[in-house]
Design a protein around this ligand. Structure first.
Ligand SMILES: [Zn+2]
Length: 202
């Protein structure tokens, strides 16, 4: 009888592939890593969402998040303003953390997804670093916390509403859209499809 074998991409333990029901998940019996699941349309939809995410990220960073008006004085804030302000107030660790969670991690995740998925979608041979890049992209997920940042912005807006006029910037709307798109990028992807295409599975 013919069986297909699959090696765990985390610990290399061999498993026999068995058919799954819709939405079923197979995990490694040794380390619990996700081996495969039954889902369809993975690379196409994930790449489309990734490109949408990159455009929204560009808009979210290019335009003001909000503007504050106190009397005659108007101040605009872009996404990176918080990072710069914290740095100037010598809160270096916090500044680096905000930079990482609200800018670098989401950008790196989207960029790496695009670099790995685009060649697969176009039928090109993926670059030799694709498997490493994809592993990093999956590992970045917990570091991407734009929703926490947006929550902080909203709390600040409510608190400042009494003392200043708050004007919402175009970036705030792009930012609000980017958060569900980022979650959707991960949810639409079946990592095993990518491991399989990258020939990590033996
Ligand atoms: Zn394993």
């Amino acid at each position: 009888m013919h069986h297909t074998l699959i090696a765990c991409h985390e610990c290399d333990l061999l498993h026999r592939v068995t058919p799954l029901t819709q939405g079923g998940i197979a995990r490694c019996t040794r380390c619990g890593a996700l081996l495969y699941r039954r889902r369809r349309g993975s690379i196409d939809s994930c790449l489309a969402l990734t490109m949408a995410g990159l455009i929204l990220f560009g808009v979210a960073n290019a335009f003001p998040l909000l503007a504050m008006r106190v009397g005659e004085d108007t101040q605009q804030a872009v996404l990176a303003s918080g990072v710069v302000q914290l740095w100037q107030q010598k809160a270096y660790a916090l500044s680096a953390l905000v930079l990482m969670t609200s800018i670098l991690a989401p950008l790196a995740k989207l960029t790496l997804f695009a670099l790995v998925l685009a060649p697969l979608r176009l039928g090109h041979r993926p670059p030799h670093w694709a498997a490493g890049a994809f592993r990093v992209a999956l590992g970045l997920a917990p570091w991407s916390m734009m929703e926490v940042f947006l929550l902080g912005v909203m709390v600040a807006m409510v608190k400042l509403a009494d003392t200043a006029d708050i004007l919402l910037g175009p970036s705030l709307f792009a930012f609000g859209l980017l958060i569900p798109v980022l979650a959707w990028v991960s949810a639409s992807l079946d990592p095993e499809v990518v491991w399989d295409r990258l020939e990590v599975r033996q």
